[in-house]
Design a protein around this ligand. Structure first.
Ligand code: UT7
Length: 325
């Protein structure tokens, strides 16, 4: 049996230049700054400009991660991009990003919505442990402002843009625990694109298809089922909540995070990601964005055990414990 293990070597992020406060969102959805803050925790979010594309934001985040890791792009032999907002059916965003980074080898996208980054970390870990790759870049990126209707009350204040990246590489000791993951397609109607592209075109629709969400149903599912998944991830890592240092849940809603913390009985000393407050819900980008920030601000320190968990459309979810680089 192989003894080769994998760990995260560096994390990077890219946040859009334009910071949009609730006050800019509320009129179109008959809402208020107070309601949005109370129900979700969000105060501001980043909306990308025309020149801040899925590819350019990814390249910037990846370059940041490579720099932190001290690894050159040419040493990367696989690029995995998790996104639902690369609006070109083919080729994959990963191929364009790989070309700009000068990486060699495989490049492909995965579609697991908000859980995509954690799926990518699981794939990267197993590719490295199995000997198929040495350095894998995992990128979570979204430009959800392209596929969110500014007049949709259930989504316009939540979804946002950005990119986060992690470089995963070989290690003598395990720095990424086995993933706990799954999906529930029977509930796939809860978060989805409103119509498929062919229907939109044949009906003469001029507006872009956009995301729709039954927020309360997703909220209930995420708060309780995901606390159980998070506990299973700790079990698979062979640690208890008392041994955890950092909790980086998908930045979906601060109230979901609070409910999970209570259900898991997380000790107060565990540091918790709250990137959603000024970044919004960036789907596949939210976990790496939040982790990058915690590292930068000294809340997550090298060697810390961090529990990552993400969940969303599909209903797809994934969780694992990683060692902070
Ligand atoms: O990232 C993928 C996974 N996504 C998530 O995990 C998101 C999960 N869901 C949520 O975060 C929450 O469901 C929301 C933040 C989206 C909504 O919060 P909620 O507490 O579930 O609100 P609700 O939909 O149950 O609506 C409560 C009330 C309703 O009014 P009544 O019936 O109590 O009079 C709504 O009509 O709030 C009203 N409402 C709004 N008011 C102001 C709904 N949307 C809005 C709005 N502004 N935008």
């Amino acid at each position: 049996m192989s003894t080769r293990q994998a760990r995260i070597l560096g994390v990077g992020d890219y946040r859009p230049r334009r910071v949009v406060p609730n006050s800019e969102i509320v009129e179109a959805i008959d809402s208020s700054d107070e309601w949005i803050q109370q129900r979700s925790g969000i105060r501001t979010r980043g909306f990308a400009g025309d020149d801040e594309t899925v590819v350019s934001m990814s390249v910037a985040a990846a370059q940041d991660a490579l720099k932190v890791a001290g690894v050159d792009g040419t040493e990367v032999d696989c690029v995995i991009v998790a996104t639902v907002s690369h609006l070109l059916q083919t080729p994959a965003a990963a191929t364009l990003i790989a070309a700009e980074l000068g990486t060699k080898g495989a490049a492909f996208d995965i579609s697991a919505a908000c859980a995509g980054f954690c799926h990518g970390v699981a794939l990267a870990s197993d590719l490295i442990r199995g000997g198929s790759a040495n350095h894998v870049l995992v990128i979570g990126v979204e430009k959800l402002s392209d596929i969110t209707s500014p007049t949709d009350r259930g989504t316009a204040f939540i979804f946002a843009d950005g990119a986060g990246a992690a470089l995963v590489g070989p290690s003598d000791v395990s720095g990424i625990s086995p993933v706990v993951w799954g999906s529930d397609g029977e509930q796939s109607d809860l978060i989805r694109q409103d119509v498929d592209w062919a229907t939109a075109v044949s009906s003469g629709e001029t507006a872009m298809p956009h995301l729709v969400m039954e927020g309360s149903a997703v909220f209930r599912w995420a708060s309780f089922a995901m606390a159980k998944t998070a506990q299973e991830a700790l079990d698979r890592a062979g640690i208890t909540a008392d041994e955890l240092d950092v909790f980086v849940p998908h930045q979906a809603n601060n109230r979901i995070t609070d409910t999970m913390i209570r259900a898991m009985k997380l000790p107060e000393r565990v540091r918790v990601a709250r990137d959603i407050v000024d970044q919004g819900n960036t789907s596949a980008a939210s976990v790496p964005l939040a982790l990058a920030r915690m590292i930068r601000e000294g809340e997550a320190r090298s060697g810390d055990k961090a529990l990552l968990i993400a969940f969303g459309a599909g209903l797809a979810y994934a969780a694992q414990v990683v060692t902070v680089p």
